[in-house]
Write a protein that binds this ligand. Structure first.
Ligand code: PMP
Length: 427
């Protein structure tokens, strides 16, 4: 494939935007080469500035669960835009999407909309601290909860891809309040709680990790965390920015049957516009301003375009059919990829839950950040570029999940499996 125009656009962008991108993973630093500039997208396909067509397994890192430029979403945004794009005053549509979200997700009474997943997680932790009147939090190595200070401690996703899991700029004071645990290791969490008795406000985690590649929770892990939280007056915060409205209507809480105390959303909930949200039961949410003393705000929060896109998206997702369809497609892809990788003797482990999947180039089980980091990055780079050359766009880092969208056809999946077969022979 030719990326002449993308290369030229990247050089131009680098003059005025740090690293040429507005979010680091887009720069292809982990895999080398030139990032691809997208011109437009429809359904399961990306069309780049050089005229190449790519089958998309990123879906804008999750939001485009029904495919790109999905008509009901686009039409809702167009109609709303004609009536004004921001008022800084309440609008009816905010209540409509809140009612729908609360009816779809278990165990929440109220939801507050923000502008990104970062804001959702940052606000959730402030609320947990305000509610429990405790200051420390537990997070897991390799989990990513956005780029606010408290979370850039052994963070996953781009932070680890770029070698800055602990970012300069985060003060020692902030870092000391974030305790670090090992994903899927309950004993480790227990020990942290013992060592910090009555000081921990919340445990925050991705109930299915996606930012160290896809890592599902081991049986009993989430149940164990729930119990530890209950016995120690700690809130359990599920960061469902990836899993919310993707793994099931009610997200990981519903699929895995665990109740969290606060749930964070992003991605799908905005239908591709910049939206996040956090939600909980009344007794917790009522601590938020203006009802309570925990402050949180946003000029563009509940923005009409974002709410219109989100509402159109959630209405389409308010049935189990989409999730079943996505699950079947991802299972089909999983089996196909495993078959050809094995036939070509490529060491690999595929992790999957629902429509989140990733290929780790190592043989041992991948259950936490340490085992995820053992994947062979040279093989990943070759795999990434090989797949790209075959017209398949996967995440440009081994520390990311792939996200399937329901516009993908079985023919697209077959093409992807064939591409994997061809590329596997070169690894
Ligand atoms: N939490 C999780 C689990 C995420 O995957 C991400 C982003 N990939 C975030 C939070 C941050 O969301 P945003 O990029 O919208 O700020």
């Amino acid at each position: 494939m030719i990326y002449k125009r993308s290369s030229a656009l990247f050089v131009e962008a680098e003059q005025v935007i740090p690293g040429g991108v507005n979010s680091p993973v887009r720069a292809f630093k982990a895999v080398g080469g030139t990032p691809i500039f997208v011109k437009e997208a429809k359904g399961a396909y990306l069309y780049d500035e050089d005229g190449n067509t790519l089958i998309d397994y990123i879906a804008s890192w999750g939001p485009m669960i029904l495919g790109h430029a999905h008509e009901p979403v686009i039409n809702a945004v167009i109609e709303k835009a004609k009536k004004g794009t921001s008022f800084g005053m309440p609008t009816e549509i905010e209540t409509k999407i809140a009612e729908l979200a609360v009816s779809m997700v278990p165990n929440i009474d109220k939801i507050r909309f923000v502008n990104s997943g970062t804001e959702a997680c940052m606000s959730a932790v402030r609320l947990a601290r305000g509610y429990t009147k405790k200051e420390k939090i537990i997070k897991f190595a390799g989990c990513y909860h956005g780029h606010s200070d408290s979370f850039l401690i052994q963070a996953g996703s781009g932070a680890v891809t770029f070698g800055s899991p602990n970012s300069p700029g985060v003060t020692k004071g902030t870092a000391k309040d974030t305790l670090l645990a090992t994903y899927n290791d309950l004993d480790n969490v227990k020990a942290l709680i013992e060592a910090n008795k009555d000081e921990i406000a919340c445990i925050i985690l991705e109930p299915v990790a996606g930012n160290m590649g896809c890592i599902p929770p081991k049986p009993g892990f989430l149940e164990g965390l729930r119990m530890l939280c209950d016995t120690n007056n700690i809130l359990l915060v599920f960061d469902e920015v990836m899993t919310g409205f993707r793994l099931a209507k009610g997200g990981a809480q519903e699929l895995l049957g665990i109740d969290a105390d606060i749930v964070c959303f992003g991605k799908v909930i905005g239908g591709g516009l910049p939206v996040g949200a956090f939600a909980a039961r009344n007794e917790i949410m009522n601590h938020l301003a203006p009802l309570g003393p925990v402050y949180q705000a946003g000029t563009l929060s509940g923005n009409p375009l974002a709410m219109a896109a989100g509402l159109a998206m959630l209405k389409e997702l308010n049935s189990d059919d989409v999730f079943e369809s996505l699950n079947k497609k991802t299972q089909y892809l999983h089996e196909g990829l495993a078959r050809v990788l094995k036939a070509n003797n490529v060491n690999h482990t595929i992790n999957r839950l629902g429509s989140m999947i990733s290929v780790h180039f190592c043989e041992e089980e991948v259950v936490d950040f340490e085992t995820s980091a053992k994947g062979n990055n040279d093989t990943f780079k070759k795999f990434f570029h090989g797949m790209l050359n075959e017209g398949v766009y996967i995440a440009p880092s081994a520390f990311e999940s792939w996200f399937l969208n329901d516009a993908l056809s079985y023919e697209d999946l077959d093409k992807t499996i064939e591409a994997c077969d061809k590329v596997s022979k070169t690894l």
